[in-house]
Design a protein around this ligand. Structure first.
Ligand code: NDP
Length: 466
């Protein structure tokens, strides 16, 4: 039996059994049957179902947000918009696209032409991380369904609850039973999905090591893969940038959802001429962050996901101090005021970092910011790009030419200019280098849930040399 806990209190929320290979078989068979019905529906009718999913998500936003807060520990300030709202936006966006998943026509000669059909894969698998459970499930499922596929989804064993609610909603909205199927379990259940011959495509959101394992397993049956993996993104603050906005961006890039965000800009490169003032304002505002009960509307940061994860993050902090980075604030566990059974810590800021340090190279996935200084634009870009990862990046400047020059030069799937961590559904999202393969969201996502079939049509005689 697996268990999901409330990270704020350590209380058990639910026990559940892991789906074994036989259960995965049944889920895939049910999804395959449902997919045939789904594809037989007119695209407009499929779109109406997806619109109803979005509407039901919005109707139930309060309950779903509370459930997400219980399971993840993120503050209730965030969940309605960043989690449930993003999920609803995603279903709405792809609902509008069911009728435009169409191919191209290629005129060839007077007597021949070709066209392409955009066809669904059939049954896709989604495997999710624990930081944005409903949002991740939706970012995979909405485009998959819009393109005519079925989806079997495995949420993280740490946060399985809202995916189950999404399954109820998709069926209630009018989708054939089993079109969106949830299987619960840990890595083995994910691996059973990845190996399954009835699944044509796997989309995983998780760490780079998991991505490698999934891709290697998918290679055995040559499945398509989308990989949304980890990062160690850079935020570059130029000397001409608005100071308060830059501090806000750095905090949003590091402390939203307790710092448990894949695209976080955890390497903050600040121009040396403004570093002192930047750090002073940053520390002051960070020390005012309210850490505590995530269900309290005033709380700005909740607990980390688990005791093991808290220990891992605090281990990074301890090693960074030993390596000579200067801890300006935070980085300690919080146990007072009834927080002792949860996994709370104060957000940490390190200065005097250098590029070779572990905290500057490795993904921490917690509220730990490293601040580095630079002198020249070219130097900032080179150092920002010196990473195995390439999920995202940000830059703060008032110089229009510099903004676009640097945005082009940064090796990242997404670059934010004078902003950070905003992910509107119309904008494709995904990584380069070891941060991932493929894109979610935007029109681009449909490319990752469809095959193109080419149809050559001859109107004349068949010419043969025989
Ligand atoms: P993990 O890589 O530990 O797990 C991700 C998912 O994969 C979980 O559901 C996990 O199951 C499952 N899994 C584990 N092993 C296998 C396997 N061999 N085959 C198939 N599935 C498997 O990531 P976390 O859940 O710890 O999430 C944090 C990571 O996710 C960070 O690296 C973060 O950067 C990344 N992430 C990336 C995002 C992006 O969009 N690029 C967004 C959010 C997070 P279980 O955990 O239940 O055992």
């Amino acid at each position: 039996m697996l268990l999901t806990e409330n990270p704020a209190t350590g209380e058990a929320l639910a026990h559940f059994a892991a789906a074994d290979a036989a259960a995965v078989d049944r889920a895939v068979a049910a999804a395959a049957a449902a997919q045939r019905h789904w594809l037989a529906m007119a695209p407009a009718a499929r779109g109406r179902v997806l619109y109803r999913v979005a509407a039901l998500l919005r109707q139930r936003v309060d309950d779903l947000a509370r459930l997400e807060v219980f399971d993840t520990g993120k503050p209730i300030q965030e969940a309605p918009e960043a989690d449930i709202g993003s999920a609803a936006d995603c279903f709405e966006f792809f609902a509008g696209l069911t009728q435009v998943v169409h191919g191209e026509h290629m005129p060839l000669t007077d007597e021949a032409f070709a066209y392409t059909r955009r066809e669904p894969f059939g049954v896709c698998a989604g495997i999710g991380a624990w930081n944005y459970p409903l949002q991740i499930a939706s970012w995979k499922t909405a485009p998959a369904l819009a393109a005519g596929n079925a989806m079997v989804f495995k949420p993280s064993e740490l946060t399985p609850l809202t995916a189950l609610k999404l399954a109820e909603i998709v069926e209630e909205a009018g989708a054939p039973a089993g079109l969106f199927n949830v299987v619960l379990g840990a890595g083995e259940t994910g691996a059973a999905l990845t190996r399954h011959p009835g699944i044509a495509k796997v989309s995983v959101t998780g760490s780079v090591p998991t991505g490698r394992r999934v891709m290697a397993a998918a290679a055995e049956t040559l499945k398509h893969v989308t990989m949304e993996l980890g990062g160690k993104s850079a935020l570059v603050v130029f000397a001409d940038a608005d100071m308060d906005d830059s501090v806000s961006a750095a905090m949003l890039a590091n402390f939203y959802t307790q710092g448990e965000i894949c695209s976080n800009g955890t390497r903050v490169f600040v121009h040396e001429s403004i570093a002192e003032e930047f750090l002073a304002r940053l520390v002051e505002r960070t020390e005012n962050i309210l850490v505590g009960d995530p269900l309290d509307a005033a709380t700005q940061m909740g607990p980390l996901i688990s005791a093991a994860h808290l220990e891992k993050v605090l281990g990074f902090v301890a090693r960074a101090e030993r390596a000579g980075a200067r801890l300006l604030t935070g980085g300690r566990r919080l146990t007072g005021d009834g927080l002792g059974n949860g996994h709370f810590m104060r957000p940490a800021i390190f200065a005097a970092c250098h590029d070779g340090m572990e905290i500057v190279r490795e993904e921490i996935f917690g509220p730990v910011m490293s601040v580095l200084t630079f002198a020249e634009e070219e130097e900032a870009v080179r150092r920002a790009n010196a990473s195995q990862y390439g999920l995202a990046a940000g830059l703060m400047t008032r110089d229009l030419a510099r903004a676009h020059r640097v945005a082009a030069a940064l090796e990242a799937g997404t670059v934010w200019v004078n902003a950070y961590n905003l992910t509107p559904i119309a904008m494709p999202f995904g990584g380069v280098k070891q941060s991932g393969i493929g894109r979610e969201n935007g029109l681009a996502a449909l490319d990752f849930y469809t095959e193109r079939k080419s149809v050559y049509v001859n109107l004349g005689k068949v010419e043969a040399p025989y």
